[in-house]
Ligand binder design. Structure first.
Ligand SMILES: *[C@@H]1O[C@H](CO)[C@@H](O)[C@H](O)[C@H]1NC(C)=O
Ligand SMILES: *[C@@H]1O[C@H](CO)[C@@H](O)[C@H](O)[C@H]1NC(C)=O
Ligand SMILES: *[C@@H]1O[C@H](CO)[C@@H](O)[C@H](O)[C@H]1NC(C)=O
Ligand SMILES: *[C@@H]1O[C@H](CO)[C@@H](O)[C@H](O)[C@H]1NC(C)=O
Length: 933
């Protein structure tokens, strides 16, 4: 028998090798790391007993090396060991949905690592070298962690297999790195709720990203810039860019044929919604609200769900349908300039002749005669479509930075008298205009280049005339000679040129000095301007239009001064009707004085006795003139000023009487006054009435009144609970500095726009701000400044704007007495949103009053088709004659909610009245004929 050989050491070695590798017993190195992890986690997972981590649940190994750690949703707290990246074979790390905290360890050089899930924990920081050497990384997710601010490191650009990168609500700062556009496999990029700034990288154009979430950046600047690159991202399925500051137009997305969800709301997008968007057949969810979009109201197929706030834009209509052709032309003009926000904000609605800034129209309000865009920081080019404005007489584009050439099409404008493109950067040949067109091109280095700089001394020998036929191309202004050719000896040419230069220069000087004069009148009121004429020309500055306006308004006020007697009451009469200003007759006290009730010839009136300090004696003449103008301002939502009295130290104003008192009483003190709480419907109607009144003030024919002191105590109510705005036009009469101090003490502070507080400069947008505050008060039932609230709620605007950020809080902010149902709540939310827009810090970002009217009017009354009901006062009865129908409408007017058509009819009537301001309007006639002395 042969003896059995002993097992050779070699076999033993091989056996041990296989034993270890097949038994998955962890290598000592990995064991150390995992045991450290076990020590840091709390509670330690119950199955983590025994000495071999590869046997523990949640850990899997290969060849004794840990490949995956899966501890998702295990209610674990604790932290991670700093040397986690010693697990050199790690492929997958899943720790999401726990409450793990402390700093994240670096995962650098884990070249096998493919998946990392860290979301919804409490990790506090991420080291800069976290991603270095993660060349196999496919999925990374760190959403919802309170990390210290961090920047996405460049190391990540080596992760060529990355398909998914989620870091929403994870304190990411800086800009979106370019390399995300070039990572070949990237499909999902989610970076919502961070502090990112900057724009969309242009590298995105070639990326295959399908799912892009960048919404709700919390940084002040947010993500910004144009979104044109989306048009090339053909793989897109879902795009969330909402609540940022993206600007520019919506690009043509027709190549994004799989796009189903496009969220663009709450940005600063401008321009016309491209038609191509409506034909993307995959699209089902779109939001566009709260941008500055213009043009036709979007018309999506019924398959598409659109955000309710879509109307909060500057569309020409509130329903799909074409815009007025004039609107479309002006939008092409705007497009040439890249839709700058000053135009995108100013030009909403469907009637450019209704108080669009920079635009003036003929007296019928039909055709655009003046387009004055001087000094608007415009860049871009002049649109040839301007030629479609065939009534244009004056086109002023001076002092911008326009490039390109002057379109030839402008020469076809039959009425054109003035073309001023001075001080731009235009180039190319000057088109040949008719002899009656004054063309100003000074300050454009590249226009008329064929003319030599020495003054156009073309030598007689040089064949072919200078193409720039305006021989004064380098002078200040010139009349184009319509291509006439001058063939004269040099001396004569030179003499003529000199003459033209001299004449041109002096003309230009004259214009400049006259413009300066007018500018002074139009400048925001500083101390010395207080008490001056309060009509502020709003059509730009220095241009022909405002010149004309100033002439008109100063001329007019003189006329009022002359004819003022008819509106003036004697102090004797006013004493009598108020029972010698008896305390029993006091209706209220305002920033300007005490208001008394009275009755005059059967008509109830309100007499405001101004505090003598309010009007400085110096400005009396102007005061009188101004008041005379104010007595002509008539609108159903403005409290009519019936007359005034100035005798000695007494200054009194006589107003129509508003039986239901102030909005402030009904909103804040209704219990004390024995009123019912205002319903939401009533609040809406009041808001709309105020908006309409103020809109009218802002757009009185070609001029603008600014109220400056809008607040609920200046909103008065009639027995039908319809509202009228009072006290307009008075603020500026306060002596230097006094008013502001007084009213701030009086509590107006909460309503003043920040720029008005800070600089005293005031535009119509200051009123829009105050209006926004009133809306907030209507929604919340809280005062603008309320010291009874905790500190963080004292200032309504600050608090409410915070509420607006998270819509979920909205319900709690609503006035509890409203107790809204779902439909009412939706309406409240719209108003709340509008209030938010009205109170943004930057005046130019606030909408116009007309926008507020557009938002509120559909909320007040949704138009519904009515049956032809005999009982229905407004139903159309085809048996009635037109005069009968008119009579019936008039009878109904004021007692019931009129249809939009009736309303606009009324408005246009009122506008006509006010545009002939020297003629007293209806109510005033009554008073003229009454003997009040
Ligand atoms: C962001 O994350 C924090 C916790 O880290 C959480 O409290 C907050 O609600 C999250 N915000 C959003 C918008 O998800
Ligand atoms: C569309 O958006 C709404 C609201 O955001 C959402 O509830 C709905 O699920 C979305 N539909 C699709 C198909 O994404
Ligand atoms: C301007 O008129 C031309 C010719 O009638 C027309 O083709 C073009 O669409 C018009 N442009 C605008 C913006 O209305
Ligand atoms: C004016 O336009 C020319 C090209 O036409 C350009 O080179 C130059 O930089 C522009 N100047 C200014 C001040 O924009």
């Amino acid at each position: 028998m042969r003896e059995r050989k002993p097992i050779s050491p070699l076999y033993l070695f091989i056996f041990l090798f296989f034993f270890f590798s097949l038994s998955h017993s962890a290598t000592p190195g990995d064991t150390t790391v995992i045991q450290k992890l076990a020590g840091l986690l709390s509670p330690t997972p119950s199955t983590w007993t025994g000495s071999d981590p590869c046997q523990w649940s949640g850990i899997s190994c290969n060849g004794g090396q840990v490949q995956s750690i899966s501890l998702a949703s295990k209610s674990l707290s604790g932290s991670l060991p700093s040397d986690l990246n010693q697990l050199s074979s790690l492929i997958s790390l899943s720790l999401q949905n726990n409450t793990l905290s402390g700093p994240l360890p670096s995962l650098s050089n884990l070249s096998n690592l493919q998946e990392v899930y860290l979301d919804s924990n409490q990790f506090t920081s991420i080291p800069p070298n976290f991603f270095s050497g993660l060349t196999s990384l496919q999925t990374f997710s760190v959403n919802q962690n309170p990390l210290l601010p961090w920047v996405i490191p460049n190391d990540l650009s080596a992760a060529n297999s990355l398909t998914t990168f989620y870091a929403s609500n994870a304190s990411v700062t800086g800009s979106i790195p370019d390399f995300f556009g070039t990572l070949p496999s990237l499909q999902s990029l989610r970076l919502s709720y961070n502090n990112l700034t900057g724009g969309l990288p242009l590298s995105f154009a070639t990326s295959g990203i399908q799912n892009l979430w960048l919404n709700n950046q919390q940084s002040d600047a947010k993500l910004s810039g144009p979104i044109g690159v989306l048009g090339s991202m053909t793989q897109l399925l879902q795009v969330w860019l909402h609540s940022n500051s993206f600007s520019g137009p919506i690009p043509d997305l027709s190549k994004c044929t799989s796009l189903f969800d496009l969220q663009l709301r709450d940005n600063r997008l401008v321009g016309i919604v491209p038609n191509s968007l409506y034909s993307i057949s995959s699209l089902v969810n779109v939001s566009l609200g709260n941008n500055m979009l213009q043009g036709p109201y979007p018309s999506f197929s019924s398959r598409v769900t659109i955000d309710k706030s879509m109307g909060i834009n500057n569309f020409c209509n509130v329903n799909p349908g074409p815009c007025d052709p004039r609107v479309m032309v002006l939008l092409s003009v705007e497009e040439g300039f890249g839709y700058p926000s000053n135009l995108a904000n100013a030009w909403s609605g469907n009637d450019p002749c209704k108080a669009w800034s920079f635009v003036s129209c003929d007296t019928e309000g039909k055709s655009i005669t003046v387009l004055n865009l001087a000094n608007q920081h415009l860049v871009g080019t002049i649109s040839p479509a301007i030629a479609n404005l065939t009534s244009l007489k004056s086109l002023i584009l001076s002092n911008n930075n326009l490039t390109g050439s002057i379109p030839d099409s402008l020469t076809s404008l039959p009425q054109l008298q003035t073309l001023d493109v001075s001080n731009n950067n235009l180039s190319g040949n000057l088109p040949v205009f008719g002899g009656n067109v004054t063309v100003k091109t000074v300050g454009n280095l590249f226009i008329g280049i064929n003319l030599t700089p020495s003054g156009g001394q073309t030598t007689p020998g040089s064949n072919g005339p200078s193409p720039a036929s305006n021989s004064g191309g380098n002078t200040n202004s010139s009349s184009s000679s319509g291509g006439r050719r001058v063939w004269l000896p040099i001396v004569i040419v030179a003499v003529i040129l000199c003459l033209i230069v001299v004449l041109g220069l002096s003309y230009f000087k004259y214009r400049q000095s006259s413009q300066k004069k007018f500018k002074q009148i139009n400048s925001p009121l500083n101390g010395s301007e207080m008490g001056k004429i309060g009509l502020v020309g709003m059509n730009g500055n220095g241009g022909i239009t405002s010149e004309k306006h100033s002439e008109i308004s100063s001329g007019r006020s003189e006329m009022q001064l002359v004819g003022a007697g008819s509106m003036s009451f004697s102090i004797h009469d006013l004493r009598q009707v108020t029972n010698n200003f008896s305390g029993d007759n006091i209706l209220g006290r305002g920033g300007f004085g005490v208001v008394y009730k009275g009755e005059l010839g059967g008509t109830k009136i309100a007499v405001k006795r101004m505090e003598s300090a309010v009007i400085s004696n110096k400005g009396m003449g102007e005061f009188q003139a101004e008041i005379a103008v104010l007595t002509k301002v008539r609108h159903r939502h403005l409290v009519a000023l019936l007359g005034y009295c100035v005798e000695g130290n007494e200054k009194l104003l006589v107003y129509e009487y508003m039986p239901q008192g102030t909005l402030s009483q009904h909103l804040f003190e209704y219990k004390d006054n024995g009123y019912d709480a205002l319903s939401w419907k009533q609040r809406l109607i009041i808001a709309l009435d105020v908006a309409r009144g103020v809109e009218y003030l802002h757009s009185l024919a070609q001029e603008s009144f600014i109220h400056r002191d809008l607040k609920p105590s200046n909103v008065l109510l009639g027995d039908d609970m319809r509202a009228k705005v009072s006290d307009f036009g008075l603020v500026k009469h306060a002596p230097d500095g006094k008013f502001s101090v007084e009213t701030r003490l009086a509590g107006t502070f909460g309503y003043l726009a920040p720029e008005y507080c800070a600089t005293g400069r005031v535009t119509t947008k200051a009123d829009v701000y105050s209006f926004g505050v009133i809306l907030m008060e209507l929604v919340t039932g809280r005062k603008a400044l309320d010291d009874s609230q905790p500190d963080d709620r004292t200032h309504l605007v600050t608090w409410f704007r915070r509420v607006l950020i998270n819509k979920d809080n909205m319900m709690k902010a609503v006035d509890p007495i409203l107790n809204p149902d779902e439909e009412t709540f939706a309406s409240i939310c719209k108003v709340a949103e509008l209030a938010g827009h009205c109170t943004v810090r930057e005046p130019y970002q606030r909408p116009d009053m007309s926008h507020a009217v557009n938002i509120l009017s559909p909320l007040v009354e949704e138009w519904k088709p009515t049956q032809f009901d005999e009982e229905d006062g407004l139903g159309t009865d085809f048996q009635m004659s037109l005069p009968q129908a008119l009579q019936r409408w008039q009878d109904n007017e004021g007692t019931s909610m009129t249809s939009d058509m009736l309303y606009s009819h009324q408005r246009s009537l009122e506008n006509t009245q006010s545009s002939i301001p020297t003629k007293p309007a209806g109510f005033a006639d009554t008073f003229d004929s009454m003997d009040c002395r």
